[in-house]
Design a protein around this ligand. Structure first.
Ligand code: 3H9
Length: 655
């Protein structure tokens, strides 16, 4: 066996006529300029060397190839370009087989698609998730994939950016075999069995025939989910094009589209989101702190929030002990959790064995003493300071001395709750968003006395729950609700100044929010904010501007969608402008002698964006948020800010 090196990241070994080329570019073997140059040199060598009968391509570590190097986007391109490398592989006069040892994503799958055959480890994941970065595949993915899977399946994967298992890839015809054990040995055996005179190249294959209905349905489904983003629509167009256009024309059209999208604002925003997510949850100075081991999660309160948290914890592989006030409530809580698991089975997200496994790890009881077994206890009881402090004082006497107590409060001060216990350093806030088993965002609240290992443990737990953890300092409403309050306040100011709720909602919805603020207020219910305003009335600065319209709506019994009336009316559930509300708004303006102004959609968006950014900057300067990108992620994942705009802090910097 002789070892060869083609670049810093590409090495190869020749054994028995097969050149095994390995990409070693940690962390995910992204296709950097060095990787591309090395691959080009390795394939040139394979072509020229009489000793090489075939090539096996694989990745070092746990990835095959994680895709193009996203860090290179936005910089001047460096040759060789990926499509040239891929053409080189596809045109090789000797067989090339990909040994897909881990993730093969984006350009990584495109490289594999250019190989003559593909074998994958059972644990490999494959996909063309480029739309998540605001682009389409740029190295043949939209043209080669449908030639293996058909148009409908390719639209489903590419336009939704769906990542699939090796088993599904085999079923769809994307790969030729799955290896349960020694992938490399299996691949070498596979390549040796290939008849080199009948190499199958993906490019010239014709697209398998299928019904037009299947294609139209896949396209319609993808476009509906895309909510106006450009990349998924372009992906649909390009995949459809593969059905009729010659391969070379398809490639050229794909490349043109890829370059245009890569340089778009939407792609810049989504790249920002990608790197923001990787930075989130990292706490400066705590890199060396080890998390504590968590096996059992206690949850006090198994209502709407607690049951969702329980499902997340069961999904994360933990044992869960739910606690309720009495046996009847415990039985109800257990049913609620089981019901959520049943729903997951019905929708295909969970199989029957997975459900059984989760149920076997669940206890719901009225016996609080059982929490002595828990490593962390999350309270999800009524958001009232007296209730929570009393509960924590009680837990203090039951749980182990090293156990962590987490509060799921939205608005209370967790430092006050912590101070009421014997263990303030073991208290942390875990602010889940509802429904807790679905929403990815989790604000991890670093209280005044939270110990570093407690914070790091909470962040590790959050990741295992599949959440996106964002660290927040203590302030009323933490990061998300602080910014949302500023947004709400400004939206109400604007109504008083002359914009109608429906104009504001329309502007925000055109910008990319699934719902404008007033539709959201109505959906969430107006009474909680009303109660807070009444509480705050005593301490409110009388000189501060105050808009009374929301109070008037509540006084009139208009609490939002659930009462059929709020900022809008909802006859038959349909959001409708209500002249009564228009009159209330006119009256409120008249009381303050405000002459209503007209606002363009752009002015509305700018003003609301500015309100969010001002509040975001205040949170940064007070150290409540660690980075502007954390604020962006909170607003995207918890409050419907369009990810294609990158979050308020990013978007404001681009205007
Ligand atoms: C593409 O391929 C375009 C082509 O069609 C056309 C080209 C012409 N580049 O997520 P993790 C870094 S578009 C650069 O925490 P995991 C990441 O920043 C691309 N860096 O790990 C992080 O760095 P740090 C299509 C990348 O194990 C570290 O790796 N591909 C890239 O949870 C670990 O990341 C995709 O969209 C990259 N491509 O998940 C796949 N990928 O440690 C994007 C990762 O400094 N990547 N990094 O913070 C992923 O989905 C996940 O990272 C992956 C690993 C599943 C691979």
């Amino acid at each position: 066996m002789s070892a060869l090196r083609f670049s810093d990241t590409i090495s190869a070994a020749l054994a028995d006529g097969i050149l095994v080329v390995t990409i070693d570019n940690a962390p995910v073997n992204a296709l950097s300029a060095d990787v591309r140059a090395g691959l080009m040199a390795a394939f040139d060598h394979a072509e020229q060397s009489a000793d090489v009968a075939g090539v096996v391509l694989t990745g070092a570590g746990s990835s095959f190839i994680g895709g193009a190097d996203i860090k290179e986007f936005g910089k001047p391109p460096i040759e060789p370009h990926l499509p040239d490398v891929i053409s080189r592989i596809e045109a090789l006069g000797k067989p090339v087989v990909a040994a897909i040892n881990g993730v093969a994503l984006g350009g990584g799958l495109e490289v594999a698609l250019a190989c003559h055959r593909r074998l994958a480890a059972l644990t490999a994941k494959l996909g063309l998730p480029e739309v998540k970065l605001g682009i389409v595949p740029g190295a043949g993915g939209t043209q080669r994939l449908p030639r293996l899977t058909g148009i409908a399946a390719a639209i489903d994967m590419i336009a939704n950016g769906r990542i699939i298992s090796a088993a599904e890839a085999l079923k769809l015809g994307i790969i030729d075999g799955v290896s349960g054990g020694a992938l490399l040995i299996d691949t070498i055996a596979d390549i040796k069995a290939i008849d080199a005179s009948s190499l199958r190249r993906t490019g010239p294959l014709s697209v398998p025939s299928e019904t037009l209905e299947a294609v139209d349905k896949a396209a319609a489904d993808a476009l509906r989910k895309a909510r106006g983003q450009r990349a998924p629509a372009e992906a649909v167009r390009l995949v459809r094009f593969a059905a009729t256009a010659p391969f070379s024309e398809g490639l050229a059209e794909e490349r043109r589209t890829f370059i245009a999208l890569r340089d778009s604002e939407e792609a810049a925003a989504l790249r920002h989101v990608f790197f923001a997510e990787r930075a989130a949850g990292k706490v400066e100075g705590l890199e060396a702190v080890a998390p504590r081991k968590i096996e059992t999660v206690g949850i006090v309160g198994t209502g709407l929030m607690g049951s969702g948290i329980a499902v997340s914890a069961l999904n994360g592989g933990y044992r869960v002990i739910g606690v309720e006030q009495n046996a009847e409530a415990a039985a109800k809580g257990r049913d609620r959790i089981a019901g959520l698991l049943d729903k997951a089975v019905q929708s295909g997200r969970l199989d029957a064995a997975g459900r059984e496994d989760r149920v076997s790890r669940l206890t719901v009881t009225a016996d609080m003493q059982q929490l002595a077994q828990a490593d962390i206890i999350i309270e999800a009881v009524f958001d009232d300071l007296a209730v929570k402090t009393e509960l924590f004082q009680r837990l203090d006497t039951i749980v182990r001395a090293d156990a962590i107590l987490a509060t799921n409060t939205s608005y209370l001060d967790p430092d006050v709750i912590a101070a009421a216990t014997q263990r303030p350093e073991r208290i942390v806030g875990l602010h889940f968003f509802s429904p807790a088993h679905i929403m990815r965002l989790l604000e991890v609240v670093n209280c005044k006395k939270t110990a570093p290992d407690v914070l790091v443990t909470a962040l590790g737990l959050a990741k295992r729950l599949g959440k996106l953890p964002i660290v927040s300092g203590v302030t009323e409403g933490f990061i998300g609700n602080s910014i949302f309050s500023a947004y709400r306040r400004e939206a109400e100011y604007m109504v008083e100044d002359g914009a109608s709720p429906q104009e504001i909602d329309a502007a925000l919805e055109a910008y990319g929010f699934p719902m404008g603020p007033f539709a959201v207020f109505d959906m969430a219910g107006l009474e909680i904010a009303w109660a807070r305003r009444k509480r705050q009335a005593v301490t409110r600065d009388p000189a501060e501007r105050y808009v009374v319209i929301a109070d008037r709506l509540c006084e009139a019994g208009r609490f939002g969608q659930k009462t059929g009336l709020g900022w809008y009316a909802y006859p038959d559930g349909k959001r409708t402008v209500d002249p009564t509300v228009t009159e209330m708004i006119d009256a409120a303006r008249a009381e303050k002698d405000i002459v209503p102004k007209r606002f363009t959609a752009d002015e509305i968006v700018s003003r609301l964006l500015k309100a969010m950014v001002d509040e975001g900057n205040a949170l940064l300067s007070r150290g409540i948020a660690a980075r502007a990108s954390d604020i962006d992620l909170v607003m995207i994942n918890g409050y419907g800010f369009p990810s294609s705009k990158g979050g308020p802090m990013f978007a404001a910097g681009r205007r």
